[in-house]
Design a protein around this ligand. Structure first.
Ligand SMILES: Nc1nc2c(nc(Br)n2[C@@H]2O[C@H](CO)[C@@H](O)[C@H]2O)c(=O)[nH]1
Length: 234
């Protein structure tokens, strides 16, 4: 038990998928997993443990933003012994080579947040994904005939930026997309010795202004879930 999760000590699998929206955790559990058990509903941040092709796996919402995923990923690793956390989310593309519904594997996550000030580093830490999980996800994409984009994303503290063109400065740095969680997940994993990865589907483009349709969003979300569930476990 923690202030935010009521699950019993061994109720989480070694690997946890984390969509931002707890209702997507419910969707994944109901549509992809067998023998599902609800292990958390504190604050309605729904968490489930079940099986995929006989392998135990958990799925729980992270909430939006780094403070939220920062709490849940910390508690999963520190108090429940979770070894691998795979964020499965959506993002806004800022690179012109990206199309709606494309899949991104984030090998790193830049930020405009001061989240890492807690570590009192004399410098800036590069928040990075686990190569083991990244390679496993890349191979899973190949098996499923998905061509992912692998690169850096921006984890922003802000959705409504006062300067609507701020993203163009990040585009110059080769950043592929904007989301709001990966950097904090990677910091916790880097600091606590766990493996983290963020898999994203492009649900809007700041370059073209395009937005996905609800039905298409669900189809591409399913493809990303298939990629995550078919990864070899680290
Ligand atoms: N800041 C930001 N976050 C985005 C964007 N598109 C998407 Br989907 N997101 C993600 O969606 C949620 C905000 O709608 C957050 O959890 C982000 O990870 C975007 O253009 N900007």
């Amino acid at each position: 038990m923690t202030p935010h999760i009521r699950a019993k000590e061994n109720e989480f699998a070694k690997t946890v998928l984390m969509p931002g929206d707890p209702l997507r955790a419910k969707y994944i559990a109901e549509n992809f997993l067998d023998n599902v058990v609800l292990v958390n509903d504190v604050r309605n941040m729904l968490g489930y443990t079940g099986e995929y092709k006989g392998k135990k796996i958990s799925v729980m919402g992270s909430g939006m933003g780094m403070p939220s995923i920062g709490i849940y990923s910390y508690e999963l690793i520190k108090f429940y012994g979770v070894k691998n956390i795979v964020r499965v989310g959506s993002c806004g593309a800022i690179n012109e080579d990206l199309d709606l519904y494309d899949i991104i594997l984030a090998n790193g996550a830049s930020t405009n947040s001061n989240f890492q000030s807690t570590y009192k580093l004399n410098g800036i830490h590069s928040a990075t994904a686990s190569f083991e999980l990244l390679l496993s996800a890349y191979k899973s994409c190949e098996k499923l005939g998905v061509k992912p984009h692998v690169g850096n994303v921006l984890s922003s503290d802000i959705f409504y930026h006062d300067d609507p063109n701020d993203w163009k400065n990040w585009q110059k740095m080769g950043v592929l997309a904007i989301e709001m969680e990966a950097h904090a997940l990677y910091l916790n994993c880097n600091r606590l010795g766990a493996n983290g990865l963020t898999i994203l589907t492009v649900s809007d483009s700041l370059v073209t202004g395009e937005e996905t349709t609800a039905t298409e969003r669900e189809r591409s979300f399913n493809q990303m879930i298939e990629v995550a569930l078919n990864m070899d476990e680290a």
